[in-house]
Design a protein around this ligand. Sequence first.
Ligand code: IPM
Ligand code: MG
Length: 331
Amino acid sequence: MRKLCVIPGDGIGQEVVPVAVEVLEKLLANLQIVEAEAGWGCFQLHGVSVPESTLATMRECGAGLFGAVSSPSYQVTGYRSAILTLRQRLALNVNLRPVRSWPVVSPKTAVDLLILRENSEGLYSGREHWEAEGVAIAERVISAAASERLAMRAAEVARARQASRITLVHKANVLPLTCGLFRDRCRAVLEAAGLGALVDERLVDVAALQLVERPEDFDLIVTSNLFGDILSDLACHWSGGLGLAPSLNWGEGIALAEPVHGSAPDIAGTGRANPLAAILSVALLLRHRWGEESAAQRLEAAVEAFLRDAGRVDFGTQTTVTIASGVLAAL
Ligand code: IPM
Ligand code: MG
């Protein structure tokens, strides 16, 4: 029996998550769903964006699906981003973000790359302060432990997908200590894993340009937190945009699947939310958390089959239900 902690969150999270759960239920017998709260609505109700009970449920299940959360655009005392809290409190230290070409919706045909983003430190360390009036400082934390942990996951993923290339992305020409440490520890782990011949490296600005010019040349990209945040948004253009961008927040014996998009308050409640990123995030749980490779492939093949015909589908304002029934029918 597998357990899944389901955290729909705010806005369209409430609309796309039930679709992804329905797809998963069709693929896995004996799935137990446990609902949990997080986000802005939760904060307004309980005064906390991630209740301890949600963390406990996630730990108990060892797997979760997160929709999206809204954040106020003004400072609210005591409010902290729910996803950053979940990543930190549950030690979801690696963020896996695949980017691949899909029929019809992708602007290129041969892209198939995967970004492994460090998910716990870097410029997300939370260490930001005023040094003097008019001078603010953010500390970029890079540790050997986190870099090695990321590289170990990279080795695991590289073997599983028989990667032809592993690109370490950094800015060691300007940040020789932090980026130098990151690069050297990643390289050492990958060499010890017998994958040294696949490793190359790029400065982050060069990598950005090459991801625009020749995305099909990349296979596995391993990078620090903020670089991965930016490059994964850039790269998901080649999938067809944020609507097709899944991710997996990945720790030891625990993982939280998450569509990269936000809560989209402008279209929430209109029926126009695209559930594909949530559906594809579930494939990452199947593959990487539960070792259900064939179920993951079945799911992705269903999305592919659906999209191949999608040119003929009349979405109208019923996007969510149209895609849901289309993918379920293709399964
Ligand atoms: C992402 C998002 C988050 C991040 C935000 C919402 C805090 O942009 O998952 O990429 O910066 O990690
Ligand atoms: Mg982002």
